[in-house]
Ligand binder design. Structure first.
Ligand code: SF4
Length: 374
């Protein structure tokens, strides 16, 4: 199992909550696509001989790529990698880009899964977040994709927003399911330091909801998705049976992945490396065959902590046999001691050699994980 991530660092406008790497100037797009292809070629051996089980175009806004750009990148990948027959090829899209022509082009290029950044079906919140689309475009985008026979569709929603009443949140969830999606990612709004939203919070232009209100929204999310028969397979992710995101699941299952493009991260089981988060310097480095990146070798403690952090958030949980075989008897004993109280209090459960969070535990997942760290 190995995945390939391609970072497309362009957006039409800056969403107020976002601290990802992107530029609102598309001036360098052609040179950037050439550099991505060159990086794909030069790093083709990073994953060894593993075939690719997933390709993920993230960003930024990958739906800003033209059909020609996409064909160029996918052609380069096919030239240098072997794809498994059922490889998942996901593209993150903003609804306003998903015209019927665009969705036909995406289908023809080989995209077989869309992750659509809807965030809300209410215009008041889309304006608050400075999203480039409105609620009508959100619905149309999904329908256009389905008309183009891209039926594996995930949408993103955000809760914890100012003035998001229980009725409004229920409306968003209902709208999502009315569209016949296969996957839902729902994230709690987080305030990142260097964002417009942080300034609004600091100068009290907007007021964030109190924690109990946000927890109630998470609770409603779990209830409503369960009613729809969706599986809660990661804290923020829900899917129909068999429709979990292969690419993101590979991160949570500790598989290797190669990240291409500015700011993209790669992981090979022993080290993590990340490209420079600057489009011009990224292109310059790739063209000169002197790529700009940093690398960190992971200690056993890093590996264990990452394993706990990611696996505890998933339905697959922490495998005690794996912990013993990989990190040793002492680490296992320490983990079991730390987990004991959470199991007694009903926040965690053990079935056989597997430990997972209970529903109650999902509300405090980060705290539990940090208590289990080395
Ligand atoms: S479209 Fe996505 S990447 Fe771009 S600014 Fe908005 S949230 Fe960030």
């Amino acid at each position: 199992m190995a995945g390939l991530y391609i970072h497309i660092p362009f957006c039409k406008q800056a969403c107020h909550y976002c601290d990802f790497h992107f530029s609102t100037s598309l001036r360098n797009k052609g040179a950037l696509v050439d550099a991505l292809c060159k990086e794909i070629e030069t790093r083709k051996d990073y994953l060894g001989t593993s075939g690719l089980t997933s390709i993920y175009f993230g960003g930024g806004t990958p739906s800003l790529l033209s059909a020609t750009d996409l064909t160029q990148i996918l052609g380069t990948i096919q030239k240098h990698f072997t794809l498994t027959p059922d490889a998942e090829i996901t593209l993150e899209a903003n609804p306003d880009d998903l015209t019927s022509t665009k969705t036909d082009e995406l289908k023809a290029a080989g995209i077989n899964r869309l992750s659509i950044g809807i965030q809300s079906f209410l215009d008041e919140h889309l304006v608050l977040m400075n999203r480039s689309h409105n609620a009508t475009q959100a619905i149309e985008g999904v329908k256009n994709a389905q008309r183009s026979d891209i039926t594996n569709i995930s949408i993103d929603l955000i809760y914890g927003l100012p003035n998001l009443s229980p009725e409004k949140w229920a409306y968003n969830i209902k709208q999502a399911f009315s569209l016949g999606i296969t996957h839902l990612s729902a994230y709690c709004l987080t305030i990142e330091k260097k964002t417009a939203l942080n300034r609004f919070v600091q100068n009290k232009t907007i007021l964030l909801p109190e924690e109990p209100i946000v927890l109630e929204q998470f609770s409603m999310l779990m209830e409503q998705t369960a009613k729809q028969g969706f599986i809660h397979y990661e804290i923020s992710n829900f899917c129909k049976e068999g429709m979990h995101a292969k690419h993101n699941s590979s991160y949570w299952k500790n598989d290797s992945y190669l990240g291409i493009g500015p700011s993209a991260h790669s992981y090979n089981g022993n080290s993590r490396q990340w490209n420079i988060a600057n489009n011009a310097l990224y292109i310059k480095g790739i063209e000169a065959l002197e790529p700009a990146f940093e690398r960190e070798e992971l200690t056993d403690a890093d590996k264990f902590n990452e394993y706990i952090m990611t696996r505890l958030r998933t339905i697959w949980g922490v495998d005690l046999v794996f912990v013993k075989d990989t990190f040793g008897e002492n680490v296992l004993t320490n983990l079991q001691n730390e987990a004991k109280e959470y199991i007694t209090l009903g926040y965690m459960q053990q079935k056989g050699e597997n430990v997972t969070l209970t529903k109650e535990g999902k509300f405090i997942a980060d705290k539990i994980a940090s208590d289990l760290f080395i």
